[in-house]
Design a protein. Structure first.
Length: 307
């Protein structure tokens, strides 16, 4: 997100536009807490994870009173346009504001789950999957040394794209994601049929998978395969931090730059995305989480490569 903030500030400054950043998202908007953002404010932040503006879930913004107070803040500070970095919840918030104050708003997709319609990659996703891959590679060392099965849980409450791509890239033996229906009995049978020459076995599980998570999977496998040495690892919030990858920094810079250019061109209430290396604009109403099935070829790919 910092790379995106940096691009927004520097693009706006080039056009002599003053920029302020509200702290902790809609919470800061309600409380009128902001900082002035100048060229020097965003120096040395492109390599940092997280966001210098902080973030927070805002229960108050879910209420009519909170939305009105946020709109009053924008009027009080004479805000002429706004860029929001976030997911579909953030964009729905922008639509709620539209009924109280008529200023143009553009969005930049920011979520590690990569589950928004209107862009190939969201801000945070590439860094998250690379963090997962690094962790899986290290877990593989222990798994091979001790001839163990590791069940590794990664983030993905509604979408399994982190689990899917990290499983392919790390050479995992199996992956369980919300989009793919599966029978744990089949997984058990697959484990029993794994060739004896395998010295390590890794099962990647998305936290939102129908099986109930890594511990539930491990419990069933252990019950039916007591002969295997099995361990569980929950990667948790390590996936949400760290230095952003090169692709992350470039893509975030591109969408931040184009968000400002879009405001100057008169666009509003749209999310800036990148599809097939081209800038795309998706209305907030359509830039929502997508719940689709995993492509069959990716499912087949994992099945073949893990054999």
């Amino acid at each position: 997100m910092n790379a995106c903030i940096r691009a927004i500030v520097r693009t706006a400054s080039r056009h002599d536009i003053e920029v302020i950043g509200f702290l902790r998202g809609y919470e800061g908007l309600i409380d009128n807490r902001f900082v002035e953002l100048k060229q020097e404010s965003v120096s040395g932040i492109i390599q940092k994870g997280g966001t210098i503006l902080k973030t927070a879930r805002s229960e108050r913004f879910r209420t009519e009173a909170g939305i009105r107070q946020a709109a009053d803040t924008l009027k009080k500070n004479q805000v002429d346009g706004m860029v929001i970095i976030g997911g579909d919840g953030s964009f729905k918030g922008a639509l709620a504001l539209k009924d109280h104050i008529h200023i143009p708003v553009m969005g930049c997709a920011g979520t590690i789950d990569n589950d928004l319609v209107g862009t190939d990659f969201t801000i945070g996703y590439d860094t998250a999957i690379n963090t997962v891959i690094e962790a899986l590679d290290k877990i593989r060392d222990t798994a091979e040394s001790h001839d163990r099965i590791f069940v590794v849980e990664v983030m993905g409450r509604d979408a399994g794209l982190i689990a899917l791509r990290s499983a392919i890239a790390s050479g995992a033996e199996a992956v369980l994601v919300p989009e793919l229906k599966h029978d744990l009995e089949d997984l058990v049978q697959k484990i029993k049929n794994w060739r004896s020459t395998k010295s390590s076995r890794i099962i990647v599980v998305a936290e939102g998978d129908q099986s109930g998570g890594a511990f539930k999977v491990a419990e069933l496998v252990k019950k039916q395969c007591p002969e295997f040495d099995l361990r569980v690892s929950i990667l948790g919030h390590i996936q949400r931090g760290g230095n952003p990858t090169c692709m992350e920094r470039v893509n975030a810079s591109i969408v931040g730059f184009n968000a400002v250019k879009a405001l100057l061109a008169g666009r509003k209430n749209e999310m800036v995305g990148i599809i097939n290396k081209e800038i795309s604009f998706t209305p907030f109403e359509k830039a929502v989480k997508h719940h689709t099935s995993i492509k069959k070829d990716l499912e087949d790919l994992i099945e073949i490569l893990s054999s």
